[in-house]
Design a protein around this ligand. Structure first.
Ligand SMILES: NC(=O)c1ccc[n+]([C@@H]2O[C@H](COP(=O)([O-])OP(=O)(O)OC[C@H]3O[C@@H](n4cnc5c(N)ncnc54)[C@H](OP(=O)(O)O)[C@@H]3O)[C@@H](O)[C@H]2O)c1
Length: 288
């Protein structure tokens, strides 16, 4: 049995895929004793060579230390790993580090609470290379006590932020943030595809397109303030003018292989606001 260091809790990592392996390396580098378990046991060999201690079962890994990371593929894998457990884990804080829905976070929290453990759900806005490189943003929600007890260890992985004490808060932040990225990235791809199909040089087009993305970032503070104050000034265009352009876009995107980006729903929302006499307001009124 390895010696327990007094200042660094023993940690277990269940699931040693890309994210789990990066977590293990960083924890070892931070001076922790780290136990590992992986469904495919052969995938822990390199980690054992680096100093991690492979465990025979999920149960052994869960009991190894006071902090346990579930760095698994998804909720189904997490549910599968926790299915057989009946131990008292009241000394443990369990962190679910996987991308999932709010409902899945609530169900995992319920299961973990059944063992008496504290639960933190986590959203990883980072790639494996960013873990421990000072650039990873990791959002946590759930047990404040568990977060505060283990904050120094969580800091090894990336900037930790507790976004709420409800277990599903981090999943909602995480998915909403992925949504920002997908909407922007797919908006750019749809535009490049349309330009290319029209025989436009995409490199030339992209220069102006990226400036458009920059305008969204520049105007973000103003949009946030309008949403918070429930005040929707028209800015450069009001809803009636936006509707005209959006209808042109819907027509242009008909049959496009990436679809229309949900613009018909947006147009319907604007039409209903105009019918309510709000055509002179700005685009932020669509969420008001
Ligand atoms: N990679 C990224 O850049 C990134 C970024 C942000 C968020 N995430 C999220 O982080 C989580 C982990 O991602 P990853 O990249 O580390 O995935 P990964 O490399 O595919 O690793 C998945 C892990 O889950 C295990 N697993 C899958 N199904 C299982 C089951 N039914 N029972 C037990 N273990 C099971 C795998 O074990 P085996 O080795 O036996 O298959 C492996 O250890 C995912 O939710 C992902 O969406 C990843």
């Amino acid at each position: 049995m390895r010696t327990v260091k007094s200042s660094t809790p023993r940690v277990a990592v269940i699931g040693t895929g890309a994210i789990g392996s990066a977590v293990v390396h960083r924890l070892l580098g931070g001076g922790h004793d780290v136990a590992v378990w992986n469904r495919t046991a052969g995938r822990t060999t390199d980690l054992a060579a680096a100093g991690a201690v492979p465990q025979e079962s999920v149960r052994d890994a869960l009991s190894y230390g006071t902090l346990v990371f579930l760095t698994l593929k998804d909720y189904a894998a997490t549910r599968h790993c926790l299915a057989e457990i009946d131990a008292d884990l009241s000394a443990q804080t369990i962190v679910g580090l996987y991308t999932g829905t709010a409902e899945e976070a609530r169900l995992t929290a319920q299961r973990v609470h059944d063992f008496g453990a504290r639960y933190l759900d986590a959203g990883i806005q980072a790639s494996p290379e960013m873990i421990g490189a000072g650039t990873a943003a990791i959002l946590y929600s759930g047990s404040r006590d568990g977060f505060e007890r283990h904050e120094p260890t969580l800091e090894l992985l990336g900037r930790p932020r507790l976004v709420g004490e409800a277990p599903d808060a981090a999943a909602m932040w995480d998915l909403a943030l992925f949504g920002v990225w997908y909407d922007a990235q797919l908006g750019l791809l749809r535009a490049l595809d349309t330009a290319r199909a029209a025989g436009i040089d995409v490199a030339d087009f992209a220069q102006t397109a990226t400036a458009q993305l920059g305008h969204v970032v520049t105007a973000a503070d103003a949009a946030v303030s309008e949403v918070r104050q429930a005040s929707y000034p028209p800015g450069p265009a009001d809803l009636t003018e936006h509707l005209t352009v959006i209808r042109h876009l819907i027509e242009m995107r008909t049959g496009h292989r990436l679809g229309d980006g949900g613009l018909p729903e947006v147009a319907a929302r604007i039409e209903s606001l105009i019918a309510d006499g709000r055509g002179g307001e700005g685009l932020t009124a669509t969420v008001g």
